[in-house]
Ligand binder design. Structure first.
Ligand code: ZN
Length: 162
């Protein structure tokens, strides 16, 4: 099968979103799947943490994105621990995905705390050759600028829970 930019979506959730409608400084949370357990159903949430409006000409600087990943991961795992399944950058350099089990993260204030804690970190965690795949490719100043700008635009109505 040949794939092109116009190939019908084979089921990639992100491709199903109208990217013209996505704004910067937004977090959109959806239920990704529901796990059946003996004690009931557990929803698995996926957040689209969008720093920059898609195709706006403004994107993460790659080393800044990498440092933002280290800062945000550290802050979110420190608070929410084992309820975080993943936090990773979008390949388009406009934001991050976060997959989690923590219903606390359906609240605006919980995300504000994660970002504030990330900004308060002074020395970049994990930036050593034994703990990072490209430990020299970091820019904490650029990362913190992006985190601060995200927070400045992140009002309560910019957390959308679907
Ligand atoms: Zn790294």
């Amino acid at each position: 099968m040949q794939f092109t930019a116009k190939t019908p979506n084979v089921g990639v959730a992100s491709f199903a979103k109208d990217h013209f409608k996505i704004e910067g400084s937004t977090i959109t949370v959806q239920v990704q799947t529901v796990i059946e357990t003996q004690v009931g159903e557990i929803p698995v949430y996926k957040a689209d943490i969008r720093f920059f409006k898609p195709n706006s000409g403004e994107y993460f600087y790659l080393p800044g994105c990498h440092s933002a990943e280290h800062l945000l991961s550290t802050a979110i795992y420190a608070i929410h621990g084992a309820k975080i399944l993943d936090l990773s950058p979008m390949g388009c350099m406009t934001g991050f995905y976060c997959t989690f089990l923590a219903p606390e993260l359906l609240e605006h204030s919980a995300w504000v705390r994660v970002f504030e804690d990330a900004l308060a970190i002074e020395e970049l965690p994990g930036a050593l050759p034994e703990t990072c795949g490209n430990y020299l490719m970091h820019d904490v100043i650029s990362a913190k600028k992006a985190l601060r700008e995200f927070l400045a635009g992140f009002s309560e109505k910019k957390l959308r829970v679907k």
